[in-house]
Design a protein around this ligand. Structure first.
Ligand SMILES: [Zn+2]
Length: 285
């Protein structure tokens, strides 16, 4: 099984995790810029963090044969802090970088006017830089928050197939499917989505535009829940090709829209080729 985790915060994980992930078949990850738990007090600490996401972390991942890309944004939670808003002016510098494959995580946390403004401005940046967008949905009042999220996405003019709406569940999946956006699911050990529930959703909605991630970070989370979801799919009668589509080809297709996905360094398994087709990596910068 080859696995591409399209949403994982490796900054908060150890090398033990990288080793376990590599052994489990994880060969590529995308790390979205997010909230670090401790509130940041100004744009400088964001710049250092963004530099780490495109410099240090890909280097660390490469030691384990895992290819690392990032998405860059001012996250919804810190969009509310006036000390951090100047980060929006820093973003263009990063959205030009080779290893940045989307604008994200953007979207709503508490649905404030400040979040509205940051969300709209960053969707406009995604259009301007011709990048996909990774959109976080709020954990509270999820159905209403997701509907509002989709309205803002539609109004921005970005093509729906270039948007992934993440942290979905049984309540929100149909709305997002009908919007034409990609559907992201974060599989957690205790809360939210579990591998068995994910399998039921895949049975009902099929593998089209589906993205499964561990969203592992500094909270209770598990970078191997992508593998567990793949195993649960096989146990439920899905084919290995279905699993490969959901856990590898779908994220390659979604982030490949950036023209910057370069999977050349992904460790080859004994039975499967690396995925470094010329259609994925754009020539030049
Ligand atoms: Zn996240």
């Amino acid at each position: 099984m080859r696995i591409f985790d399209p949403h994982i915060h490796m900054t908060s994980r150890t090398t033990d995790d990288y080793a376990r992930m590599a052994a489990a078949g994880v060969r590529a990850v995308v790390e979205p810029a997010f909230w670090l738990g401790q509130p940041r007090t100004g744009p400088g600490s964001f710049a250092d963090y963004f530099d780490s996401l495109i410099g240090w972390e890909p280097y660390r991942a490469a030691q384990f044969g895992i290819v690392h890309h990032a998405t860059i944004a001012l996250n919804p939670k810190e969009a509310n802090d006036p000390r951090c808003r100047a980060v929006l002016d820093l973003l263009p510098r990063y959205l030009d970088k080779d290893r940045v494959v989307a604008v994200g995580e953007i979207g709503y946390d508490s649905i404030t006017p400040e979040e509205d403004d940051a969300f709209e401005r960053q969707l406009a940046l995604a259009v301007e830089y011709d990048l996909p967008a990774l959109v976080h949905t709020p954990h509270r009042d999820k159905a209403a928050g997701t509907r509002r999220t989709l309205e803002v996405v539609a109004a921005s003019g970005i093509a729906p197939e270039r948007v992934a709406v993440d942290h979905l569940n049984e309540v929100t999946v149909a709305t997002v499917r009908d919007s034409g956006c990609w559907m992201g699911f974060s599989i957690y050990p205790e809360t939210k989505m579990s591998p068995p529930r994910m399998v039921e959703i895949l049975k009902q909605y099929g593998p089209d535009r589906m993205l499964v991630n561990s969203a592992a970070d500094w909270g209770v989370s598990d970078p191997l829940l992508t593998l567990e979801t793949g195993k649960a799919m096989l146990a439920a009668g899905f084919t290995e090709d279905d699993v490969d589509r959901v856990l590898w080809r779908n994220p390659v297709e979604f982030y490949g829209q950036s023209g910057r996905l370069d999977l050349t360094g992904a460790a080859a398994g004994a039975d499967e080729p690396t995925f470094a087709g010329s259609s994925i990596k754009r020539g030049g910068s």
